[in-house]
Design a protein around this ligand. Structure first.
Ligand SMILES: [Zn+2]
Ligand SMILES: [Zn+2]
Length: 205
């Protein structure tokens, strides 16, 4: 069954493979938004956001405001929707807890700025937004919404190892086929698949 056999070359460790942490692993496993609900509640982001609106004179919309994790956000750390009174946060922030509060305030500043402006159109990161940032305690906030890490960071949940040269092969997914170490197969078997060099699962999480 040659189709089920494959030789594998270990790429140099790249930035794309990051330690996923607890929530990164959950994210990688494709869990959906409700799975983050308890986390969301424990962090009490919504309450924090509502309190911030109240102390800045936006009582009228404070109780309407919702904060949700949205795993469909790719590179954006967060998003603010004034009409929906909704702040969306990227669950990848859970791996960077120090960024959560700042992102929340950044998005909240969009809501607060539009509330103050009423029906008037304002530019997304213009003077009104900057003023709101100052009032929300993030005076030097930049307009950048992007996450402090690349979008395509995959969690290596499975680590395989060549029994011969001990080279490790971190992988996001479980290997479904018989995979052997290319380097060893080349060196000792003329480049053909050799089950002596079949990769073994070392650890998974
Ligand atoms: Zn923004
Ligand atoms: Zn090897």
């Amino acid at each position: 069954m040659p189709l089920l056999r494959q030789l594998e070359f270990a790429f140099r460790p790249v930035a794309g493979i990051a330690d996923p942490g607890r929530f990164g692993a959950a994210l990688d496993a494709g869990l959906t938004d409700p799975d983050y609900k308890d986390v969301e509640q424990s962090l009490n982001l919504e309450q924090t956001a509502r309190d911030l609106l109240r102390t800045n004179g936006a009582d009228r919309i404070a109780t309407e405001l919702r904060v949700k994790w949205n795993s469909r956000l790719k590179t954006a750390a967060g998003r603010a929707d004034y009409r929906e009174k909704l702040v969306s946060l990227n669950p990848r922030l859970l791996d960077h807890p120090t960024e959560i509060d700042r992102t929340l305030r950044h998005e909240l500043a969009h809501i607060l700025a539009q509330f103050r402006a009423g029906r008037r159109r304002i530019s997304p990161h213009g003077a009104e937004w900057q003023r709101a940032c100052v009032d929300l305690g993030i005076a030097n906030e930049k307009r950048c919404h992007n996450l402090p890490f690349p979008a395509q960071t995959y969690a290596a949940r499975f680590v395989y190892r060549c029994p011969n040269c001990r080279q490790e092969f971190p992988r996001v997914r479980r290997m479904r086929r018989a995979v052997a170490c290319l380097v060893c197969c080349r060196k000792h078997n003329g480049g053909d698949f050799d089950s002596r060099f079949r990769l073994k699962l070392l650890s998974s999480r």
